[in-house]
Design a protein around this ligand. Structure first.
Ligand SMILES: Nc1ncnc2c1ncn2[C@@H]1O[C@H](COP(=O)(O)OP(=O)(O)O)[C@@H](O)[C@H]1O
Ligand SMILES: [Mg+2]
Length: 142
């Protein structure tokens, strides 16, 4: 799934995310980009729904990385959810083993993934969310 979409609610954003996620598989790494409040975590929730692990998503407290045990077409899939917002240096990121996580047979979704340019070429998909109004978001998928 590629293109530009206009979402008018968080439910609609999750719906686009589900459509997008149905094309993902182990080895995919998604860079989720957009300003605070754009709906990156909401989009992630839609992805997690497709893998049946949205209930494992924690409340908004920050964590650098969460691992969810999901499944697709009755095969187990590990879904890795990163949020690099609070991370300051590339060194810190490397120390987490980020590189190995991205190379593994997982589905990785990285909020603020564009923050560290040296990992830019590791992403297989990019999703950018723009705030277009109070409840409106433009979603660009490449
Ligand atoms: N169309 C929309 N899509 C996604 N979120 C929306 C939309 N309209 C309003 N919102 C609200 O915007 C906020 C997005 O929060 P969140 O997903 O945590 O953003 P981010 O992770 O990008 O900082 C939520 O409070 C959500 O309810
Ligand atoms: Mg977020």
């Amino acid at each position: 799934m590629r293109g530009e979409y206009l979402s008018r609610s968080s439910a609609e954003t999750r719906e686009y995310a589900r459509r997008f996620a149905s094309g993902l598989g182990p080895g995919d790494a998604v860079c989720l980009t957009g300003p605070l409040g754009a709906g990156k975590t909401e989009f992630m929730r839609g992805i997690a729904e497709v893998f049946g692990c949205d209930e494992q998503m924690s409340s908004p407290t920050f964590s650098l990385m969460n691992i969810y045990e999901g499944a697709m077409r009755s095969r187990p899939v590990e879904l890795h959810h990163f949020d690099l917002y609070r991370l300051e240096t590339e060194k810190e990121l490397e120390a987490t083993g980020f590189d190995e996580y991205l190379s593994g047979p997982f589905v990785s979704v990285v909020e603020w993934g564009e923050k560290f340019p040296s990992f830019e070429n590791r992403y297989t998909r990019r999703v950018t969310l723009y705030i277009a109004g109070e409840d409106e978001r433009r979603i660009v998928i490449t």
